[in-house]
Design a protein around this ligand. Structure first.
Ligand code: K1U
Ligand code: ZN
Length: 214
């Protein structure tokens, strides 16, 4: 184990040893870890994650590590599969200031309703670095989920919150935002010569081949 100013490196994970703010404290422990985010073409991103049967210490530790990973990235959301854990767990935080975190945890989230109205918004993905594209999705959604105490909730969301919920719930179903992009937009992305474009195009070709083969 090697210590590097403020961080302790253990295997492939960085364990933050600093104290955290009071708002963030309920979800923290001294051994929270920044995990490696898996990236395309890693096939684990195509797994359908398993429902959480019991919210135990393992799930709480996973959630803490996911927040640490998401804040470090940084990102506004994360699905457990992005840190290689195929469980239906999602974290989100839209706060802009580090001292005012607003962590949200969704266990076994399910979309129960989507609006007919759709809108286009630019999306990115921590598992597809440097690739951003506009995606059309329902403007509003209703989502039911369990919180970390196992209490059921149903929320109605719109705007960026609704987009992020759909993006993260797609992740736990093995779906990526690039799957929603039209061929026209993919070709436009190609002309822009994004660094990730070749990875994205070969992934989409691979998925198309797999669906043709049944
Ligand atoms: O699931 C992920 O890959 C995280 C992703 C979530 C997301 C972004 C945009 C639209 C829908 C879903 C991200 O967080 S990408 C990074 C990002 O959007 C961001 C990073 C820093 C500040 C603000 C936004
Ligand atoms: Zn993503």
């Amino acid at each position: 184990m090697t210590t590097v100013i403020g961080w302790v490196f253990k295997a492939d994970r960085q364990i933050r040893s600093t104290a955290l703010t009071a708002l963030y404290a309920p979800l923290t422990s001294p051994a929270m870890a920044v995990s490696t985010i898996i990236k395309l073409p890693d096939k684990r991103l195509r797994l359908v994650s398993e429902p959480v049967k019991r919210i135990d210490a393992g799930i709480r530790e996973l959630v803490e590590d996911m927040f640490e990973t998401q804040y470090h990235a940084p990102g506004i959301g994360l699905a457990a599969i992005q840190v290689g854990v195929a469980k239906r767990v999602v974290t989100m935080d839209f706060s802009k200031k580090e001292e005012a975190h607003e962590p949200r945890v969704l266990i076994n989230p399910e979309i129960t309703w989507t609006s007919e109205e759709k809108a286009t918004r630019e999306e990115g993905c921590l598992s597809i670095p440097e690739y951003y594209e506009e995606v059309e999705r329902p403007v509003q959604v209703k989502v039911k989920y369990l919180d970390l105490d196992g209490k059921p909730h149903e929320i109605k969301a719109d705007g960026l919150f609704a987009t992020c919920l759909q993006h993260e719930i797609d992740h736990i179903n093995g779906v990526l935002f690039i799957d929603h992009i039209s061929k026209l937009k993919r070709d436009r992305g190609c002309r822009r010569r994004h660094l990730s474009t070749n990875v994205v195009l070969s992934e989409l070709r691979r998925v198309a081949r797999a669906s043709r083969c049944g």
